[in-house]
Design a protein around this ligand. Structure first.
Ligand SMILES: *Cc1c(COP(=O)(O)O)cnc(C)c1O
Length: 412
């Protein structure tokens, strides 16, 4: 069988890469992907068993310094399994940031538990530890060794910090609250593989953590995820539940209700190749972040993302805030103008607490998240944009030309 290289590379249909469009965030495939995937095809190991799955799990565990890693079909499945393993029960509650991609809130509902939505902080746009503390102090009571939400009467069991956009949550105060009130911390690190908090990689500070290898994440397997934990029992449980809770594979004995959430060998082969390139990808993302920062810092009416002194961000999606009153337009108008120049950008996620499925859930002083949703715009952030700066300059020129005229007056 002959083996030919593809030309040109095919991305998701909404990301045409051949007509001059600058997409928001697409994969960069520059290593051993073809070689490893070909090995799967040549050896007939294409499905949910095979050497690459074990190899990818080990490589991720080693990279993070974690005891166990279990590969899953995607990041949402990883969250679902992490919540099941941590034994949070139906009708218990989990603290979730009001600003995030919807997957972690959905995963809390999959297990029959309820999210309580808490605001993000104004400096780094992450789950706000001060507001978490206020919520626990003011809205909950400690009753028979359990934290109980006074309004709902339900037990609060967990905190699910989401490391948004590549930057860590301030985890020390979160961990302290968790220890004081016996809460499980499930880190959603799906957007932030490779970022560090006080020198430690994200994913090993909480009790259990989740990663995603979706096409827009820093490394991709097409679709895929990983659960990481130092807890051996939980890791075993995640693996068991991800493979249909199979107790006797010959006699088809299943003692629990399981899921088909396992990663395939082909996906893992791609993951192994992608992980080999992670350091270069992080360097590229940080270069893109610094380039945007230097070129946009003098533009009025725009707030740029900050990196905390205790953080190393991977700048997954470089996101700016457009202040309508001081810039010439709002974030959505700028998005339209960028698109006229074939540049994709995206607003930040809709705040979850006012989505139809979550309106009945409790939220606590959500203010910053709403402003971020209104003003946020994520700019093109693909790793390959670091190869030469001309595409980044195209994006920056539109933003500068539409912005307030530094010599007084406005441009349009
Ligand atoms: C990408 C992402 C996920 C899960 O992703 P999958 O597409 O299911 O792999 C979960 N949470 C957040 C915050 C994400 O950005």
């Amino acid at each position: 069988m002959s083996f030919t290289n593809p030309t040109p590379m095919q991305f998701e249909p909404e990301h045409p890469s051949t007509d001059g469009t600058i997409p928001l965030c697409v994969p960069s495939i520059n290593g051993n992907e073809w070689r490893y995937i070909k090995e799967c095809l040549d050896t007939n190991w294409v499905s949910s068993a095979g050497g690459f799955v074990d190899r990818f799990e080990l490589a991720i565990a080693n990279y993070l310094g974690a005891k166990h890693a279990v590969a899953t079909s995607n990041g949402t499945a990883a969250l679902h399994l992490a919540l099941l393993a941590s034994n949070i029960q139906p009708d218990e509650e989990v603290i979730v940031p009001a600003l995030t991609f919807v997957a972690p809130a959905n995963a809390v509902r999959y297990i029959g538990a309820w999210p309580v939505f808490i605001d993000v902080d104004p400096d780094y746009w992450q789950l706000d530890p001060t507001k978490v503390k206020d919520f626990v102090r003011n809205e909950c009571r400690w009753q028979r060794d359990a934290l109980v939400n006074k309004q709902s009467g339900r037990r609060v069991r967990g905190i699910l910090p989401v490391h948004l956009l590549g930057h860590p949550v301030d985890l020390d105060p979160i961990m302290e609250i968790a220890r004081d009130f016996d809460l499980t911390v499930i880190e959603d690190a799906t957007e932030s593989l490779g970022a560090t908090y006080k020198g430690q990689p994200l994913g090993v500070i909480g009790d259990i953590a989740c990663f995603s290898f979706n096409g827009n994440k820093i490394i991709t397997t097409g679709g895929g995820g990983m659960v990481v934990t130092n807890n051996e029992d939980w890791a075993r449980k995640v693996k068991y539940l991800s493979t249909q809770a199979k107790d006797d594979p010959i006699e088809y004995v299943h003692n629990e209700i399981g899921y088909n959430y396992r990663m395939t060998n082909i996906q893992a082969a791609m993951g192994c190749a992608q992980l080999e390139q992670l350091e270069q990808k992080i360097t590229a993302k940080r270069f893109i972040g610094e380039f945007y920062h230097d070129q946009l810092k003098s533009v009025g009416g725009i707030e740029l993302p900050r990196e905390a002194e205790w953080a190393k961000s991977i700048y997954w999606l470089y996101t700016i805030l457009i202040d309508h009153d001081n810039y010439n337009m709002d974030s959505r108008t700028l998005m339209e103008l960028l698109l006229e120049d074939k540049i994709q950008s995206r607003p930040l996620w809709h705040t979850i607490h006012d989505l139809p499925s979550y309106r009945r859930c409790q939220s606590y002083h959500v203010e910053v998240a709403s402003r971020l949703h209104r003003n946020g715009l994520s700019l093109p952030s693909s790793v390959d944009l670091a190869k030469n700066t001309s595409d980044l300059e195209r994006v920056i020129n539109v933003i500068r030309n539409q912005g307030p005229n530094p010599h007084g007056g406005v441009n349009r």
